[in-house]
Design a protein around this ligand. Structure first.
Ligand SMILES: *Cc1c(COP(=O)(O)O)cnc(C)c1O
Length: 460
């Protein structure tokens, strides 16, 4: 049992949350057509829908909000943000934007176009979308261990280097516009990428004259995993590790809603190519606003400047990843299956194993998510066949490789007791697992159906 590393903060402000009765929850989820996106957040007790933009800001950040300089140009908050980001990433050029996908919208058209390809350990969905909007195609190239949910491997988020070399040969190096390293590998379950793997990826890219791009949403969590798991890094600080990681890349985009612990914001970094940065600025102005605010208020820039530094604090990270490990250890002890080892921001429950009698077309991941809400007011999300949707050509339901229910944990928001509530709910569900029945869709839109589809329980 890993020791719970107690919160390295005390609580100054509280936000009440409500526990509805089981009957009330049954009514609410029915009224939401059994779609968790349809629930009011006031009717949710513990909200694990996402860790993006849901973190709790510190007293330092809130006082930064009051000090925010709202000048259109030359703002003090802008300078503070640039200095803070340069200190962490050691890049010459930094551009704020309003969130991660805005950074992708600015940068992708500069690297990609029709006939080009982006190769990544795994593209996050908005990253893939912006690759495609730029006219290019996205290829995922993660190590095979990522697909094995049971066996231990320290860096399941890594790029598959032999396959990367093959892909470059197959498609032609002149057609690969960019190689994207996503840290941590979000789509593979928040799994980390090793420094060794980043270095090797960069080497292959350099030999072929291809730009190296880090999708940096969870760079601090990734640095912490490197410190814990990679030989030679135990004594290095998180900042030292982060700087080394970024030294192998040419450019990064970042959603600051994750590891910079703010509710809205993003960044673009360019290591040293001044000409490229001029193009970044030229796109930023029409898309996001003038370069010294990039779609954000001065107060947001100030909160991001502070949050970036708090996000790399070793005590914060020990507590943050410690929470994930505490939750994972308890689940393991109770025989509740999940993708192991646990990632940096979420537990991916293996609903296929917990509800083996529910076939993929009756959505085990979604069924478990609904059950968690009914059991304890916990909101999670399906990452499985329900999310995958139908084959656009045949209209048939796609069978997903996994049927996960994702529990994403917001930063600095929930305590050990909340984690215990989650575990207790899952123990209760496991006991009556074979009585639980799946769902059928009664209405769905053509694309991205999981946000708005209507469902009903299948009666036995
Ligand atoms: C969240 C995320 C993004 C997109 O960022 P937004 O701030 O949500 O626009 C891109 N890549 C990864 C890996 C992410 O986790």
């Amino acid at each position: 049992m890993s020791k719970y590393f107690a919160e390295p903060f005390k609580i100054k402000m509280v936000e009440p949350i409500r526990v509805l009765t089981r009957e009330e929850r049954e009514e609410k989820i029915k009224a939401a057509n059994y779609n968790l996106f349809g629930l009011d957040s006031d009717d949710v007790y513990i909200d694990l829908l996402t860790d993006s933009g849901t973190g709790a800001m510190s007293s330092e950040q809130w006082s930064g909000v009051m000090k925010g300089d709202e000048a259109y140009s030359g703002s003090r908050s802008y300078k503070n943000l640039i200095n803070s980001a340069k200190d962490i990433f050691a890049y010459e050029y930094i551009q704020p934007v309003h969130q991660g996908r805005a950074a992708e919208k600015v940068v992708m058209p500069l690297l990609l176009g029709p006939g080009k390809y982006a190769i990544s350990n795994m593209h996050f969905d908005t990253t893939r979308a912006h690759v495609e909007i730029a006219g290019a195609r996205a290829i995922d190239c993660v190590v095979p261990e990522a697909l094995d949910t049971v066996s231990y491997s320290p860096f399941k988020g890594n790029m598959d280097i032999p396959r990367l070399k093959e892909l470059i040969k197959e498609y032609g190096k002149e057609n690969i516009g960019v190689i994207i390293i996503t840290v941590t590998n979000n789509s593979a379950g928040g799994q980390p990428v090793s420094i060794e793997n980043i270095r090797q990826t960069a080497e292959v890219a350099r030999e072929n004259g291809i730009t190296v791009y880090i999708d940096a949403a969870r760079f601090a969590e990734n640095s912490y995993f490197i410190k814990m798991r990679e030989k030679g890094y135990a004594d290095k600080s998180i900042k030292e590790i982060a700087r080394e990681m970024f030294s192998y890349a040419d450019v990064f985009t970042m959603s600051a809603k994750k590891d910079a612990i703010i509710n809205m914001g993003g960044l673009i970094g360019v290591k040293n190519d001044g000409e490229f940065f001029e193009s970044v600025k030229a796109n930023t102005i029409p898309f996001e606003g003038f370069i010294s605010y990039g779609g954000l208020s001065g107060r947001d820039l100030e909160a991001m400047a502070i949050g970036l530094q708090e996000g790399v604090d070793i005590n914060f990270l020990r507590y943050r990843i410690g929470q994930m490990e505490y939750l994972a250890d308890k689940l393991e002890k109770e025989g509740i299956p999940f993708q192991s080892p646990v990632g940096g921001h979420a537990v991916f429950l293996d609903a296929k194993k917990l509800l083996p009698h529910i076939p993929y077309y009756e959505f085990p991941g979604h069924t478990l998510a609904v059950e968690l809400y009914k059991e304890a007011g916990i909101r999670s999300v399906d990452i499985g066949s329900y999310m995958m949707g139908n084959n656009p050509d045949t209209g048939e339901q796609i069978e997903s490789e996994f049927e996960f229910t994702r529990l994403a944990v917001p930063r600095r928001v929930y305590t050990q007791s909340h984690l215990d509530v989650i575990v207790e709910a899952l123990i209760a569900i496991k006991k009556r697992a074979d009585e639980i029945t799946g769902y059928r869709i009664t209405w769905e839109p053509k694309i991205l159906r999981h946000f708005t589809a209507k469902l009903e329980p299948i009666k036995k």
